[in-house]
Design a protein around this ligand. Structure first.
Ligand SMILES: Nc1nc2c(c(=O)[nH]1)N[C@H]1C(S)=C(S)[C@@H](COP(=O)(O)O)O[C@H]1N2
Ligand SMILES: [Mo]
Length: 320
């Protein structure tokens, strides 16, 4: 059963939501999913600001991880978003300068219906679902995050790709006025990533607009980002402004800056080491005590059952 819940996204977030607010919100989401009418004025309140929390209602979606979600605090303060600095705490401290309204996403290239979507229209394109996914960074740490969004395939359908569309490129905003990290030249800005068409169309591939029941915090890639849970985190582009359908495999930012270290596919693969470190294990953020054992990294980050068939017949050591 899938019930559409109205999406609210007026103000913008960047505060920490205490656990009990989150728990209360989950109850509300469950009530909404059960068809119980919610009085508008009595939604959860952010304990720090006293203002209504920035809800993004969703119904439970498929593929939910059974692992315990990483705390909201860790999810929103330990980030990679190089446009706001190279340190993990910098995006949370500096991404307040990101202007997420107005925002539009140009979808173009090998499609019958190239469209520039206003973010408000994208939010209404398909019912919002909560999808709790594992995320594994190439650096050797992982998190479990309750994202909110819908499958990328919903957007792909709308623009009607032509027979020439074999790859999809995702381009992030690059505005030095809002993004102090652009002064660094680690990346040839804008940040670019790409997927093969069948990967982009896979139901696991999520366009995400929020997490933990809230509108996406800026540091996590507001107002719209990709989440591809079987690939290393860097494939999941944040703050997307352009999506391009292509015949040829695009050059991605990390592939360009270090081709011997970051391939196009970048599937999580414990059997293929990074040239400078092993990928066999990972540190789950929040579990890091002195005696805490690392977790073994799973093939395709644990999503092999869903995605292994996409790579049948490929040599994943060569096509890493
Ligand atoms: N635009 C942009 N997207 C990005 C990055 C970035 O630096 N810029 N970092 C990537 C990396 S390396 C990771 S691990 C994830 C981190 O997402 P999170 O901070 O929401 O956990 O975002 C990815 N998307
Ligand atoms: Mo990453």
């Amino acid at each position: 059963m899938l019930i559409r819940v109205p999406v609210r996204h007026d103000p913008l977030p960047s505060e920490i939501t205490p656990r009990r607010v989150w728990d209360k919100r989950r109850d509300l989401i469950r009530m909404a999913a059960a068809g119980i009418a919610l009085p508008l004025a009595s939604g959860p309140v952010n304990a720090q600001t006293g203002k209504p929390a920035l809800k993004l209602a969703a119904v439970p979606g498929p593929f939910a991880s059974t692992d315990k979600p990483t705390s909201y605090r860790d999810v929103t303060t330990y980030n990679n978003f190089y446009e706001f600095g190279l340190e993990k705490d910098e995006p949370a401290r500096r991404a307040g300068s990101l202007k997420v309204r107005p925002w539009s996403v140009a979808v173009e290239g090998a499609v019958a219906k190239p469209t520039t979507f206003n973010i408000e229209d994208l939010l209404k394109l398909a019912p919002m679902q909560e999808r709790t996914y594992r995320m594994r960074c190439v650096e050797g740490w992982s998190m479990v995050i309750p994202w909110i969004g819908f499958s990328m395939s919903e957007l792909i359908r709308k623009v009607e790709p032509t027979g020439n569309a074999r790859f999809v490129e995702f381009v992030t905003l690059a505005d030095a006025g809002q993004m102090p990290g652009l002064r660094s030249s680690v990346i040839d800005w804008p940040y670019r990533e790409g997927l093969r068409m069948d990967e982009a169309n896979h139901p696991l591939t999520l366009l995400a607009f929020g997490l933990y029941g809230e509108v996406m915090p800026n540091q996590n890639g507001a107002p719209i980002r990709l989440v591809v849970p079987w690939k290393y985190g860097f494939k999941s582009s944040k703050s997307i402004v352009r999506i391009r359908f292509l015949e040829k495999q695009p050059i991605t930012s990390w592939n360009r800056s270090a081709p011997q270290e970051y391939g196009f596919y970048s599937n999580v693969n414990p059997e293929v080491d990074h040239p400078r470190w092993s990928q066999a294990t990972e540190r789950r953020i929040g579990e890091d005590g002195f005696l805490t054992r690392k977790r073994p990294t799973l093939m395709f980050n644990g999503y092999a059952e869903q995605v292994a068939s996409l790579y049948a017949g490929m040599d994943l050591r060569r096509e890493f």
